[in-house]
Design a protein around this ligand. Sequence first.
Ligand code: ADP
Ligand code: MG
Length: 447
Amino acid sequence: MKKDSLWKTALEQLQIKISPAAYQTWFAKTSLESVNNNIATIGCPSTYIKKRLEKKYKPQIKEVLKSLTNTALQLDFVIKNQQKRKDNNNLGPLFQEQKKKELKRKEKIKESGLSPQYTFSNFVVGNNNNLAYAVAQSIVQNPGTRYNPFFLYSDVGLGKTHLVQAIGNKILKTHPEREVIYCTSEDFTNQLIQAIQNRTTAAFKTKFRSADVLLIDDIQFIAGRETTQEEFFHTFNALYMEQKQIILTSDKPPKEIPDLEDRLSSRFGSGMLADMQFPDFDIRLAILQKKCEDLKLKVSTDVLEYIAEATPSNVRELEGALNRVVTLAETRGVQPTKSLAQKVLGEPPQKKPPTADEIIKTVCNYYTLKPKDLKGKRRPVRIARPRQVAMYVMRKETELPLEEIGNQLGGRDHTTVIHGVGKIKELIHNDPGIKSQIMEITTELGG
Ligand code: ADP
Ligand code: MG
């Protein structure tokens, strides 16, 4: 009997012996994988089912199989998809070839010093980094031509390492035969010192001078180190002459790195310079959304907005803040919420209050008036009401005392200001028009 029809018949007989519910739960998705050397291998869809069959149903299965084959078969239970994975090894030469290539590629990435997690696809582009990104893209297309060297600088945590590693990873992906070397300038220094100690400087030189793409991160740390600067100068020249791509990062532009030899700083600045700035709120939010997408985290937009608001500094801190919120939610077994984020991160930093001048300007723009109208003596409602709005907004958005508000609005005394502010408070309750005007004005002021 063929194994599939054998198992089909066996299942039919088992159905008679056990309850329909038990059959459905434990047997419906099983199969007979093989019968060899008196061992029947039974494929189970999960560990859970495998354990149950082994523990409870072994005797019944044995009995049924014996009745059908006249043989006392031993039973072996396996999990089906594991079986499949084993089978992959036998998929033939094409598969083996692909696997070898993949292994080689991974090996190459490891040797290059790159980390595969830094890619273009998880790098968020915005107006803070779009020049650097465009240059990076162009280098991937044509390394060693137009933008050589590429010198990328910014404050810490703004994505330099990410972007230059993305270049390296992409080049290795499209041209696996190219030699890409990534290291920090400290690694470069350490390797050089070791080479000098071990008398292997020739090998050191050959290694760095045979790169097609050399990425040195945080080059500022070679400043003040005479031997390293000397060696790097020659490495740089050798690669440059051969039109090999050189990419350097730093926390400042070449000319501003203290104790960097002139011949180096002039070479570093001779190609393409680009910097990256702090990301604004929208970009911070986009980065958080991207992170959640990549890590398959479910975090609602209002929580992400809170994190983006509360962490206005660099991207590394932004990621750290997201991790802290998500980890705390996980340990408590709850979804991340805004109040949880508030607990972890504290209140977002306070914005600076607007100045009296800014308020006057914004109110005037809104009602198409001139500051001198608000400050003047005239009292038609068309002017008096906006003047009172200005008083109200100053009272609400600043710490200015009543006298000062009066001063700012043409030398009015504090009782006039109290009256004006009171009038608007009253109108806000009764007139939705005024309420929305005030909201628009405060939004305009960044409140
Ligand atoms: P730097 O080298 O400038 O100090 P990194 O490249 O180490 O900064 O960036 C810090 C962290 O922020 C890294 O985890 C990086 O992946 C992330 N990061 C920075 N910029 C971006 C961006 N534009 N999009 C996505 N992640 C970013
Ligand atoms: Mg870095």
